[in-house]
Write a protein that binds this ligand. Structure first.
Ligand code: LLP
Length: 421
């Protein structure tokens, strides 16, 4: 499943000891395994081979340039949500015709840039957005390609913050509105309606909600066909769940086996946009234990990484496994329960609550697992903390793919007005 494994009581990433990387780059740091990353990409590619889909890795999961470049080199397209992601997508050499662009709040400037670069299409999330894209394309004297993002009103059984395919969510367009738009599509003369898109949520561990959403949209496509409206692309989104703890998510193969029969003879060109499935278990966050603090009620492990580096436990109550980088064979301390926390001045700053950890001591390094997706990409400088470096292992070598920030990075964009000088 991933290439972070113990050998002789040392945690390795592929063929490199995590403790060796810590010596070289210091802590905290994010670490990605090239082999795991590509392995997950190929797993999806293989599972869905019968459909020959375009796989557009969802950059929001992790937009580290080297990581994205590795995927683009392996044949991935990219799913983007902002001008910034478009900029990075082009920088890593992604062909514009392999870029799809979702987001409920694209600005006019972002729309203009994406049209100018001739991306494959926008996943359009509302009528006013569609009208703006039509206007901008008209101003530029071109035709813009669009897919309507449909909100299929399906319950994906995941955390409410990352549920996106219910009508109470801000995402996508309901079937009736989409139908009305497509009936009058010729009035939007600067648009080419290329397809439909669904993305019902993230960390979905069962196939059933997907299948329901896909069936609903296929029914809709049939209705369009009867009304002489042809759809070329169907983007079935991302959202495939991974193992953080004891979940048993469907594998790519199991998922594909259920999805392929629905889509096989439809003549539709299929797009997938997984993020977490590809990057999640390909990365960890390494942190050092600064202090072990005992209070009358609790034991705290205080690390040099905080919620600003990995916000998932604080924000979603997410579980991340925590492993010592070195296993100690001589039993010195009995197993005890700890809250693993960061240095940030908030009680919400934790990685784990009441976690059993064995034989740990100050100075030890911990690996917070499954931090490859929505780790660095959601990191901040809160408390004026420097964002950690990102390292990638390939085989028996490791490479710095992003430097640790400096104090200068913290103030680079600040401007002190004259009157305060
Ligand atoms: N496509 C669209 C339109 C999306 O909004 C997303 C994720 C994806 C694809 C990729 O989803 P994935 O395959 O990674 O599940 N920060 C949260 C996850 C937010 C997901 C947002 N959208 C977390 O840490 O769990």
């Amino acid at each position: 499943m991933h290439d972070f494994k113990y050998k002789n009581n040392e945690l390795y990433c592929e063929a490199v000891k995590l403790s060796d990387i810590a010596k070289k780059v210091s802590t905290p740091f994010y670490l990605y395994s090239y082999n795991t990353l590509l392995g997950h990409f190929h797993k999806i590619e293989k599972a869905f081979k019968a459909l020959k889909p375009i796989i557009c890795y969802s950059m929001k999961a992790n937009s580290n340039l080297s990581l994205c470049r590795a995927l683009v080199q392996a044949g991935s397209g990219l799913d983007i949500v902002s001008g910034g992601e478009l900029y990075k997508a082009l920088l890593v050499g992604c062909q514009p015709k392999r870029i799809v662009y979702a987001s409920v709040g694209k600005t006019e400037e972002e729309i203009r840039q994406a049209i100018a670069k001739q991306i494959l299409f926008f996943n359009v999330e509302s009528l006013p957005e569609l009208e703006l894209i039509n206007k901008v394309a008209g101003d530029l004297g071109v035709t813009a390609s669009v897919a309507l993002r449909i909100n299929p009103d399906v319950e994906p059984k995941t955390h409410s913050y990352i549920t996106t395919g219910k009508l109470t969510n801000k995402f996508g367009i309901d079937f009736d509105t989409a139908y009305a738009i497509l009936r009058r599509k010729d009035s939007l003369s600067h648009l080419r309606f290329n397809g439909l898109h669904i993305h019902i949520g993230s960390q979905i561990i069962q196939a059933q909600p997907y299948l329901l959403a896909i069936k609903k949209i296929l029914g809709f496509i049939q209705k369009l066909k009867r009304n002489a409206i042809q759809i070329e692309y169907l983007n079935i989104g991302g959202g495939l769940g991974i193992i953080y703890n004891k979940e048993k998510p469907q594998t790519a193969d199991e998922f594909a086996k259920k999805v392929i029969p629905l889509l096989k003879n439809t003549g539709l060109r299929i797009i997938l946009e997984p993020g977490r499935f590809i990057a999640g278990n390909a990365g960890i966050l390494a942190a050092k234990i600064l202090y072990i603090k005992k209070t009358p009620l609790k034991n705290f492990v205080i690390t040099d990484a905080g919620m600003n580096d990995l916000i998932r436990p604080s924000l979603y109550g997410a579980y991340h496994e925590i492993l010592p980088v070195r296993l100690k064979t001589i039993e010195r301390k009995p197993e005890a329960k700890y809250d693993v926390v960061g240095p940030i001045c908030e009680s919400g700053d934790f990685f784990a609550k009441d976690r059993h950890l064995k034989n740990i001591a100050e100075g030890d390094i911990l690996a917070i697992m499954s931090a490859g997706a929505y780790g660095f990409s959601m990191a901040s400088n809160y408390n004026c903390r420097l964002r950690p470096p990102e390292v990638m292992v390939k085989g028996n070598r490791f490479y710095l793919t992003r430097k640790r920030e400096s104090y200068l990075d913290l103030v680079r964009k600040d401007v002190i007005p004259e009157f305060l000088k």
